[in-house]
Design a protein around this ligand. Sequence first.
Ligand SMILES: O=C(O)CCC(=O)C(=O)O
Length: 257
Amino acid sequence: MSDAPNATSEPAAPQKALSISATGFAQCQQPTNSTSKLFAPDRPELVKSPKLKPSWRTVRMETPRIPALVTHDLGDDLAFFAGRLPDELTWDQSLFENAWAFHPTERPVIQMIGKPVAIPRWQMAFGHDYRFSNQTSVAAPVPELLEPLRGWCQKHIHPRLNGLLLNWYEGPGHYIGAHHDEDEQLVPHTPIVTISFGETRNFRLIRGREKRDFAAPSGTVFVLPADTNRAWKHLVPKSTKYSGRRISVTLRAFETA
Ligand SMILES: O=C(O)CCC(=O)C(=O)O
């Protein structure tokens, strides 16, 4: 994980919508040489499709089942998905304040070029430890407030999403730099989910000179497939235009012993 500053720009327009197939599973409208079988947590046999190219197989395994999710085609058979939480799960001001209240007092310290540096936001793991940047974010038990989000993501996106990492951002100086999520501890081919609450920030994907910006208003759900995470970096840039507070709830599928 890196924490270099970055500038912002306007969000990109959504590209392709998901539709629901006759089997009830989300169907990604991308070019494909096969007709139907998509990721379905309750029907694992559907993810085995040897006729597909490996990259397609991965995208399709990770295609979530949320009807309203929009697919952003990133080229090279890579995709990024954006949607919204149902209203009943979106935090109101009082739930946001509850979640804000449990940010840690200290910011985590990571090693950058051999020197200890406090990261520019608060961060804490719940449910499963997360090792990155040569340090471990030791997990606290999952609080009641986060259980409905984890349950919904397990039901609708991937059943093995078991660990949460929260980031608390306040004002113009807080951000997360461009990085690929470290995936050695994750179940292969599982997506990374980010749910946003509070101030609308920009979530940016970059690959070489290419850049895609996605606005993340409160209640937004982003799904980053594993192979997209490997090919594209992501970041939440800093900007003087931000003055409020944002919490991101990120979910990953950690291997368990
Ligand atoms: O806050 C966000 O939206 C992104 C968080 C993130 O990139 C991470 O936790 O790795």
